[in-house]
Write a protein that binds this ligand. Structure first.
Ligand code: SF4
Ligand code: F3S
Length: 317
């Protein structure tokens, strides 16, 4: 994987073309981002403008206690040009999973990125173990807690990406032996107020939409959990294609039976869609499908403490 330094708008389009992304594909992508942000097709050129602006934001991406599924959700997109685009939108100066540098070179890259006079955006993936000074999670001999305290406090903006970074995720599930916390909880004393893109995994379009809004200097309206309302304003249930069955009391009784095959509501099989806020039904993953459409109940993965509060997953709440 190769990363480029911004060379202006023409440079951006040239870079994309070099990576096999046509102008048509790029504009289609911008149209989707506009739709995800709740805007009409006329907004697509504005998205394109933001994404190909002369200066790309420098991004430092920190990994903590996690499975790395959030990064994977970007890197494993079915249409290969989407991850190319996302990684081209930003100047990714530090990302432990995909950067070529290792050891001291990696540490040097981090130091340089956070000292750059133009500043940087910090994306955080994974929960922060906090027990005993955070000794359960270390990178390069320093605790994740210490690294995040230093880096996030210096950033121009912080985005917590995925449910582990936003709310602690599975690491924070009872009995939470490492006292793992989400970013805003763990870094309160440092004055960090991250925008929360929740989900396990989160949808990459929600990250791009947030970055576009940031580049445009737009005020991002947030809900009580710091999630952008443009992505998390409706419940899964509100937009679910099975809603008509719920309203008619037509429920699937077991997986694979006739009622499930007919597409009946999955509520009795444990669906937590009525208690979960996210845009999966409209944005989908890989723009192809999402859990409920594939026949699996929503398990509430974008909500705080979902491992404890939404489980058992296959039992009606
Ligand atoms: Fe609501 Fe879930 Fe039923 Fe869809 S499947 S209508 S989200 S309860
Ligand atoms: Fe998560 Fe429910 Fe969407 S489980 S991926 S919020 S359908």
């Amino acid at each position: 994987m190769k990363f480029y330094v911004g060379h202006g708008r023409d440079g951006a389009e040239e870079r994309l073309q070099n990576r096999g992304v046509s102008r048509r594909e790029f504009m289609k992508f911008c149209g989707t981002v506009a739709a995800v942000m709740g805007m009409g097709p006329a907004f697509a050129p504005k998205v394109a403008e933001a994404l190909t602006a002369k200066r790309r934001p420098s991004v430092v991406w920190l990994h903590n206690a996690e499975c790395t599924g959030c990064s994977e959700s970007i890197l494993r997109t079915v249409q290969p040009y989407i991850d190319e685009l996302i990684l081209d939108v930003i100047s990714l100066d530090y990302q432990e999973t995909i950067m070529a540098a290792a050891g001291e070179k990696a540490e040097e890259a981090l130091h340089q990125a956070i000292s750059a006079p133009e500043g940087f955006v910090c994306v955080i993936e994974g929960a922060l173990p906090t027990k005993n000074g955070g000794e359960a999670g270390k990178v390069a001999g320093r605790t994740m807690l210490e690294i995040n305290r230093e880096v996030a406090a210096k950033a121009k903006a912080v985005i917590a990406y995925g449910t582990c970074a936003t709310f602690g995720g599975v690491q924070a599930a009872a009995p939470n032996p490492t006292d793992a916390k989400g970013v805003n909880d763990a870094l309160k004393a440092q004055g960090v107020n991250a925008i929360n893109i929740a989900g396990c995994p989160p949808n990459p379009y929600n990250l791009v939409g947030t970055i576009v809004a940031y580049l445009q200097g737009k005020k991002i309206e947030l809900d009580d959990y710091n999630r952008p309302l443009m992505f998390f304003g409706d419940s899964i249930h509100d937009k679910c294609p099975r809603l008509k069955y719920f309203e008619n009391d037509q429920f699937a009784k077991s997986f694979g039976d006739e009622s499930a095959k007919k597409g009946y509501c999955l509520y009795k099989l444990g669906c937590k869609g009525p208690y979960t806020y996210n845009n999966c039904p409209t944005v989908k993953f890989n723009q192809t499908n999402w859990p409920v459409e594939a026949g699996h109940p929503c398990i509430g993965c974008s909500e705080p403490n979902f491992w404890d509060e939404m489980s058992p997953f296959y039992v009606e709440k």
